[in-house]
Design a protein. Structure first.
Length: 152
């Protein structure tokens, strides 16, 4: 399979995840706001995150679809997914004395262990995409440098 095809599949999967996650939050904004207020954050931060998280997810979803922004989008996706995953991991330890996380959509039916595995899968494919993207850019640049030297 060609590298570009693999990158399109990876980017499409992650973009689909962010599409679903962001629009499920925005379609039932009041519920999302209540769920965010149920988190451990102060109300001001919860209010900010209610808008910020779907906005970032939509932004990443869009920039994942363009080859010239895909590398940065894969990095941003890896970071965002890692933050979510660390938060789930911390919640699972019981450090807050309660379970504040209320995920929407299909994720609400998952156990925390399943949700953690789900997130780790998407982190892994985003990192694989970054590795492929980096190697591809390095090999493309190396090819052009070598070609220029041969022509000189």
């Amino acid at each position: 399979m060609k590298k570009e095809t693999i990158l399109k599949i990876i980017s499409g999967l992650i973009a689909s995840l962010f599409f679903y996650a962001s629009f499920s939050k925005l379609m039932d904004y009041e519920k999302s706001q209540w769920e965010m207020k149920n988190q451990i954050f102060p109300p001001e931060i919860a209010w900010l995150l209610t808008w910020l998280i779907p906005t970032v997810e939509i932004f990443l979803m869009i920039v994942l679809l363009f080859p010239n922004t895909r590398k940065k989008a894969l990095l941003g996706s890896s970071i965002l997914l890692t933050i979510f995953t660390l938060y789930i991991g911390i919640v699972m330890t019981g450090v807050f004395g309660r379970i504040p996380c209320s995920c929407g959509g299909i994720l609400k039916n998952m156990s925390y262990g399943t949700h953690l595995t789900f997130n780790i899968f998407f982190i892994t494919i985003s990192l694989i995409g970054l590795i492929i993207e980096n190697n591809w850019n390095i090999s493309k640049n190396w090819f052009h440098v070598k070609k220029r030297k041969e022509l000189a």
